[in-house]
Design a protein. Sequence first.
Length: 367
Amino acid sequence: MNRDKADNRLLTPFTLNAALRANNRIVLAPMTRARAGQLRIPNELMAEYYRQRASAGLMISEATVVSTQGIGWVDSPGIYSDAQTEGWKLVVESVHRAGGVMLLQLWHCGRASHSTFHLEEGAPVAPSPIAIQGDGIQTPNGREPYETPRALATEEVLRVVDDYRQAAKRALQAGFDGVEIHGANGYLIDQFLQSKTNHRTDRYGGNVENRCRFLDDIVQAVTAEVPATRVGVRLSPNGVFNDMGSPDFRETFTFAAQQLARYGLAYLHLVDGLAFGFHKLGDPMTLSEFRRVFYGPLIGNGGYTPATAEAAIRDGSADLIAFGRPYISNPDLVERIAQGWPLAPDALMDVWYVPDPRGYTDFPVYR
């Protein structure tokens, strides 16, 4: 059932803080779309894609690698070169002209990568030499088996932290309204957080405080360049993607959220939904659990519909809701929800990553 627009909480403005205000509570979730080419430089096609979706209250870019070492996806964008920074300027200017607010998501794939992505660096890196158990990874040479990653030395961890700092600085140079630190979905930060993938014995491993130190160091480095009120963090406490899930997940993610609460961040973005898999190592963590330890705005994500999103806003579980797949085929998602228009079917996965406008900028608006 569609509520009258005036009665739809999803459509109401939300002030995250003095620096960020959303015209509505609908967030464009970060989604890898693989249109940046081999040089990983954002382009006109990407600018058009984001411009089409600029009515979202808040837009979070696709995951963007902070260094060549962090690469793990074909044709995903970067933010470690001048050319990439200039390319992102093109995108952000297009979004701003359309009235949008956009943050850049900072990413390092860690073990979810392959040596063919970075021939000079060799094997992927991770907190510990533990390979992903799965069907393999799509590389520039086609699908390859997962490799056993190389454990980062302690001094190398500090260099990765600085890569995040430099990337955050470049994000501001490109004109972004802020940044989101990608700590979810089995990528490098998540690998450090979780006991399944972090078997280190130095200051970055062992107990939960040490395992959260890498994220904490990154937040400190990023907020040295970007005001904390323009920085968000994304976590996936229930996720199994990239072979994740640890028995002590509740302790880990509760502690991580408590630590993050110290910084006065713009928001905490949680993949609380189970639409993309659940590790089944206990009852799934809920937004209400995080509400008890993190006092800033919460963004929920993971299989929400307009109706369940509205319910989550109304009962106070979330302040905003991020939509992923519905935004692929509904560039006018805000307008469709506002007018009660039907949503287009989800796009077929075989067009998610093709290097052209198909399945990207060719979805029509309803009216």
